[in-house]
Design a protein around this ligand. Structure first.
Ligand code: ZN
Length: 388
């Protein structure tokens, strides 16, 4: 299946502008494995206490390797303040970036992330007297198709909100800490997008430089495209049915505390990667593949990647035998074209539980599993969520 939309200019922007309480800080930012860190100075001890490992979307191994944040190896006689000064960072920022607890405990030979230049440092400061003590945005900068996780920390219990462009995303909050997931659809125009984070009366505006993803483009031949294009009412009925389900922000909350597994066990060719740009037949409209297609023999078992509740398990026109799982916090995964369904709507499933088997039901030209992940109804790259 696909998402329709307009492909914007693939401009590469790296300017980050932060406006908080009239304080304007401008920095250029490049990729950093820890994301963008904004913290109040001086640190009040509340810092970055939320463990990123609690959330599933984490960098793919290749993404981490590709960031290549410049580092510094501690030499005899070095102090953290001297290293920070040479790197153009303040000590609190250097400590936060490296998860250091004590500035006086440096070991000779220890490797510190220093960001080679001011242009690549990901740490910016908040006013010391505001409600917010820390914000972490990961990954930074995000790419088309990714899930962005945002953690918010405040001095005292407070209400948080988050909005990217015109869309608001619910913040799960517990007193002084909150977090949210923001989907970046694959056809989002690259360039600066406005993220507004708020804690009570304090607003933090972050210009997020969304980067173009690396997607190929294919044409779906008329023989495959025509049955889809010829039945717009049936296609729309399918879409209406699933959209009504995956746009619900479940009351169950977040059901998973670990990285996702792949839905197939073993190595299967990825025959149509997530985000692939598609045109159908002679129709020039550009869309993006909403999921990841794995080629596998009919009958290959399909497993739940994480805990959740099955909200749909039925035969559909386009998607064939389809399963949709609600993982909580607006996160859903879908499994299409199955030959067999092993679960029912309403059933709770745990990671690794069998959902059904690979098939070619619905509008499909051969046995494969189409796997997709949606947040607030928007399809994002499911592989970003998969752990080793
Ligand atoms: Zn597909």
């Amino acid at each position: 299946m696909h998402e329709t939309g307009r492909l914007g200019q693939w401009g590469k922007a790296a300017l980050v502008t932060l406006v908080a309480f009239g304080v304007l800080a401008i920095a250029t930012a490049s990729a950093a494995a820890d994301g963008l860190i904004v913290r109040a100075r001086p640190g009040d001890g509340s810092g970055m206490q939320v463990d990123a490992a609690l959330l599933s979307p984490q960098p793919a191994a290749s993404g981490l390797a590709a960031t290549g944040a410049p580092t510094y190896v501690v030499q005899p006689g070095d102090t953290l303040s001297a290293i920070a000064a040479r790197a153009g960072l303040d000590v609190a920022a250097l400590m936060a970036w490296n998860s250091l607890q004590d500035p006086d405990r440096l070991a000779v030979g220890q490797t510190l992330k220093t960001g080679g230049s001011v242009a690549s440092r990901p740490v910016l400061n908040l006013p010391a007297d505001g409600a917010l003590t820390g914000v972490q945005i990961w990954p930074w900068p995000p790419e088309q198709g990714q899930t962005v996780a945002v953690w918010l920390h405040a001095r005292a219990p407070i209400t948080f909100t988050a909005q990217l462009d015109a869309a608001a995303y619910p913040v799960i909050g517990q007193g002084r800490h909150g977090w949210t997931l923001i989907p970046i659809p694959p056809l989002t125009p690259p360039g600066l997008h406005r993220l507004v984070l708020a804690a009570g009366e304090q607003r933090l505006v972050v210009q997020v430089p969304i980067q173009p993803g690396a997607f190929s483009q294919i044409n779906i031949p008329a023989a495959v495209a025509d049955p889809i294009l010829a039945q717009p009412a049936q296609v729309q009925a399918d879409l209406t049915r699933v959209t009504a389900l995956w746009t619900v922000f479940g009351a169950d909350g977040w059901t998973t505390r670990s990285r996702f597994r792949l839905p197939l066990v073993g190595d299967y060719p990825r025959t149509s990667p997530y985000g692939t740009r598609r045109t159908y037949g002679s129709d020039p409209a550009l869309s993006a593949h909403a999921g990841e297609d794995f080629s596998a023999a009919p009958g290959t078992p399909v497993y739940a990647p994480a805990d959740g509740t099955v909200v749909l398990a039925e035969l559909m026109f386009v998607r064939g035998n389809a399963v949709l799982i609600d993982h909580g916090h607006g996160v859903f995964t879908g499994y299409w074209h199955l030959s067999k369904l092993d679960v029912q709507a309403g059933q709770h499933v745990t990671a690794g539980q069998r959902l059904g088997a690979v098939g070619s039901t619905g509008l499909s030209t051969g046995a494969h599993l189409h796997w997709e992940l949606r947040i607030a109804g928007m399809a994002v790259d499911p592989l970003q969520w998969v752990g080793p």
